[in-house]
Design a binder for this molecule. Structure first.
Ligand code: NIG
Ligand code: FE
Length: 423
């Protein structure tokens, strides 16, 4: 992907600028839209935002980038992904299509364990190359920040290997990476009849090593019937908190196991999946301000119908974010805008709620206060879409509308650039 940069420039001729900023948001303008807008970027940060008629004279001297009447939003944020893995599981997918459930495949040693076997055998270089490939793909969709998990190693050494790959990608890949340690993704085959011993290994050996390595920002646990139970998850997350890691959970994906309640008890930042969450779980999350991360690509990919209950979540005044869950098993799709389009269609998730779910609120769910909105002083992570308005991004599905992508003020040109609405 080509890269261009100029440290100070004006981006003008923006037909629709969705700022997501409190400065412009009001009940009739929930996305803080400014029409006929311009903005000034300097040293990777947004320095001025407004209507182009109010652009200060002095900024008119600067290098000018023509947005050609694009729709512009903050860079999209994918707050839940598993991009560091080896191998593929298309055979299991075909089996699932023939009616074998995901949980059954997992119970007989397939699923996550199959990817663990391939990932353990892969070199760091191989993992780096494939993850970088997926991240470049995401960037082309306008995704500029990606939370990315380990969890396909399940030994101290191979979890560290995955995190090390994420550390390299933090330096080299265009989207910014937020690394998460997910040693509690599955019980490795060698511990299948000694589950508590694996929990002890995570607490006594993996977490100290992960903390010393210093790459992971979050610790995650797959808290679910058949995987880590509430007590095991609590033990791991409490220890992780001692090491200064922020907490999040894979929770209540298949059945209401008390995982959402645990997230609230431990003041987790976010709680993800929630297809089977109980009302009590949602109420506890609301009390503690735990953010709900909804992953409908997984529901679709697993052929299920029970999408996470977003209406109840919004009624409970939870912040709700949308993420891809990109992984080689339950959601083999790294295309967050496509998942947003399908969420609109299948869940009636409306554009004015979907856009914050992948920008401003997604940033909050990663505890990043320097992005997710278009405001003076924030990072210039920007996507220019070839579309006539925000609704169009979700209406015309299966098409990549991202046209130009800026990460911290640097442009990365998606290779597919075709114009229909911009000129
Ligand atoms: O988020 N739910 C647990 N973990 C992943 C699945 C990973 C896999 O199947 O490889 C998920 O859906
Ligand atoms: Fe996941």
């Amino acid at each position: 992907m080509q890269q261009t940069s100029s440290s100070s420039f004006v981006l003008g001729n923006i037909a629709v600028l969705a700022t997501l900023s409190e400065k412009y948001i009001h009940p009739e303008n929930p996305l803080g839209i400014v029409e006929n807008a311009a903005l000034h970027v300097e040293n990777g940060l947004i320095q001025w935002v407004g209507s182009k008629s109010q652009l200060p004279e002095i900024l008119k001297e600067l290098p000018y980038q023509d947005a050609e009447k694009a729709v512009v939003t903050p860079g999209w944020i994918d707050s839940h992904t598993h991009p560091v893995f080896a191998g593929e599981r298309s055979g299991e997918y075909a089996e699932r299509l023939r009616g074998v459930p995901y949980t059954e495949i997992a119970a007989r040693g397939g699923g996550i364990r199959k990817t663990v076997e391939a990932t353990r055998a892969a070199s760091a270089e191989e993992l780096y190359r494939s993850a970088r490939y997926w991240l470049d793909e995401m960037l082309g969709y306008g995704v500029t920040t990606v939370e990315a998990k380990s969890g396909y190693g399940l030994t101290t050494q191979s979890e560290l290997k995955q995190l090390d790959v994420l550390g390299r990608l933090q330096k080299d890949a265009a989207p910014e990476i937020v690394p998460t340690f997910l040693g509690a993704h599955e019980f490795p085959v060698e511990f299948h009849d000694r589950r508590d011993a694996y929990v002890d290994l995570i607490v006594e050996e993996m977490l100290p090593a992960v903390a010393e390595q210093g790459i992971a920002r979050f610790c995650d646990v797959f808290c679910e019937k058949g995987w880590f139970d509430v007590d095991q998850s609590r033990k791991i997350l409490l220890a992780a908190r001692e090491y200064g890691l922020l907490l999040r959970l894979h929770a209540d994906e298949f059945s209401p196991s008390g995982a959402a309640e645990l997230a609230a008890e431990l003041d987790a930042v976010a709680c993800d999946h929630l297809m089977a969450v109980s009302d009590e779980g949602l109420a506890r999350m609301a009390e503690k301000g735990v953010i709900a991360a909804v992953l409908p690509g997984t529901t679709l990919n697993l052929g299920l119908e029970n999408f996470a209950p977003i209406e109840k979540m919004y009624e409970a005044r939870l912040k709700v974010v949308l993420a891809s869950d990109f992984n080689p098993g339950s959601c083999v799709c790294a295309n967050l805008p496509l998942i947003a389009q399908l969420s609109a269609m299948r869940m009636r998730w409306v554009p004015e709620k979907l856009l914050p779910a992948v920008t401003s609120d997604a940033a909050r769910s990663l505890v990043l206060d320097d992005r997710g909105r278009i405001e003076k002083g924030l990072r210039a992570d920007l996507v220019l879409f070839d579309a006539p308005g925000i609704d169009y991004l979700f209406y015309h599905w299966g098409r990549n509308h991202a046209h130009r992508v800026f990460v911290a003020g640097k442009e990365h040109l998606p290779s597919h650039r075709n114009a229909l609405f911009t000129s």
